[in-house]
Structures are given as C-alpha cells and as structure tokens.
Ligand binder design. Sequence first.
Ligand SMILES: *Cc1c(COP(=O)(O)O)cnc(C)c1O
Length: 341
Amino acid sequence: MIDLRSDTVTRPTSAMREAIARAPVGDDVWGDDPSVAAFEAVVAERAGMAAALFFPSGTQSNLAALMVHCQRGDEYIAGQFSHIYRDEGGGAAVLGSIQPQPIEHDPDGSLSLEKVQAAIKGADIHHAITRLLALENTFRGKVLPEAYTRRATALAHEHGLATHLDGARLFNAVVASGRSLAELCQGFDSVSLCFSKGLGAPVGSLLLGDEAFIARARRWRKTLGGGMRQAGLLAAGCHHALEHHVERLAEDHDNARRLAEGLADVPGVEVGACDTNMVFVAFPEAHCRGLQAHLEACGILMAVAPVTRLVTHLDVSADDIGRVVAAVNDYYHTKTLRGPQ
Ligand SMILES: *Cc1c(COP(=O)(O)O)cnc(C)c1O
C-alpha cells in the first residue's frame, strides 16, 4: 500500500521499536523519566531555547502555549487557514476562553504585516486584549522566509505581543532551507514541534520556551490531561527520529518534487509549487471518482479531488512515486482510449 494521504501515517521502523524497547523510564509527572528528560534537553539545546516539555500531541502543545500566553478574554492573531486556529477543535475558545483573531493569508501563505498591525487592538475596553501572534512553518508545505519571520516577530514584540511558532513540520523547513533549528526558532517566545509526522515517531510533540514559560505550560499540561507516566517509551521513539530521520527528509522533498513533475505532465491535472513534502494538485472533477477507484485498486491511497494535497514521508520510496505517476497516467490513457463515460 502506498499512502500519500498524510505524513502522519508513518509507522515506527524496527530500529525505532528497538530504541523504544530499550528506553529507561520513570514517572514523568514526577519529573523522574530519564528518557523524557534527555530528549527535552537535547532538543531545547538544538533549538537554542532554554527549556522543553514533552506532549502527547501537537494540538495539546499548541493549546498549552496559547493558555500560557493568553488569559481569559485575551486574543491571539493567526492565519485564517492556520492549524492552531482552524484544525484544533476551537480549543483556545472552548478550553481557554481565548478569542482568535484570524487574518487572511497573502497568496504566498504569509500574513501581511500591515494586516497583523491593523489587527492589534489598543486599550479601548470594547476590545479583547491582543496578546499573541502565532505563525506556522512550514505552512502548507511552504517554508516561511526567515527575513519575514524576523520582521513579523519584531513587529509583535514592538507592540508588546508574545510570539508562538507552530513548527509541526519545522524540521522540513530546516532541511529545505539549510538553516539550523535554532535559526528558525529565533524571535519566537515559544515553539511547538511534532515528531509523529514525517519524522516517523508514533506519538510526540515538544513545546519549547524559557524556564518560566515551560513551568506554566507544565501546569496546563497536567490540567489538560497530558501528564504521562512512563512516557520515556514515547520520547525514545522521538529521540530516535531526531537522530536518524531528520536529514532523510530531503528524500521526501525529492520525492514530492518528482511526484509534482510526473503529475504536471498529465493532461488536465494542475500542480502547484512544491517546497517540501507536500504537493497541491487539482484533478478534474469529472475524473475524481474513477481515478480514486483505479488508484485504490492499484494499492494507492490518496485523496483525489479538485483541490487536494499529496504528502510524501518515510514510508514512501522513489519507486513508489514512479508507481503512482504510472498509475495516474495509466488511468488517463485507458480512459482516452475508451472515450468519455
Ligand atoms: C499535525 C499538526 C499539528 C498537531 O497535530 P496533532 O495531530 O495534534 O499532533 C499542529 N500544527 C500543524 C501545522 C500540523 O500539521
């Protein structure tokens, strides 16, 4: 089975399973788990941040960050299509009494600094108090330009706002840009990272920030039900991913480019730009159902739609990409021979 639906579908390799089996553990709610502590320390150091905290999911680490930065009745600025606003069940509002201030993205996915500035409220008691700017890197597979994040975080800080980066796929940005993790974290007061996407760990996210921020996030993590006991088993999988699966993200990016090039040659199929491990594709509406069924029969899982996203990862090889492009071509070839149905 070739699964291009998401990079969350990766399964732990046997080497990762061995690392998990070997991990020394303790009770992490008491701060006793050596594998969690070692993992948090090594990533904090690499990111140039003072401290880190291990979470079961990126959604929970983003939520805990929002709840530290913002109090009841405060608001945060984020992109209209950002994960933290759109894809986390409204957690900030539901559980934090925090109001989002979404902003339309520019065509390149960034939030224009003029729009950010205009969205920052003054002291007028009619308004919620704007506390935070939350950005996302990569956003829809695109790497945010470093000059942009520098200017955006500086603008936020000038207005007394804190800054958070949803870096669920920040390692893809590191590999694609050739910049270090610390360089891409610069300017942010907090950063969340995911290890269960293209990095291939089964579970795990980290929240990074200064000591005082992480101490407060630790409280919220407990409140939100994210305090885990012998979590070293999970942290060991993430630690293995950090050591063995970061550089290889370049293969996923090459495969995505190969997939984009292969599909761009298929008549009627439109392919968008591809920076990292995501390819945005528009399949003609009339062919979606037929093509989807054909691909499934070939053992290929992907969402075939007029607007869709194909994602490469650890469990997709260059050969697999060749098979996908061949299967799509095969469908259109047979279809053309048969004529319209
Ligand atoms: C996956 C993802 C998250 C976190 O999702 P979880 O499934 O809760 O780990 C956060 N932000 C972005 C951009 C993501 O893609």
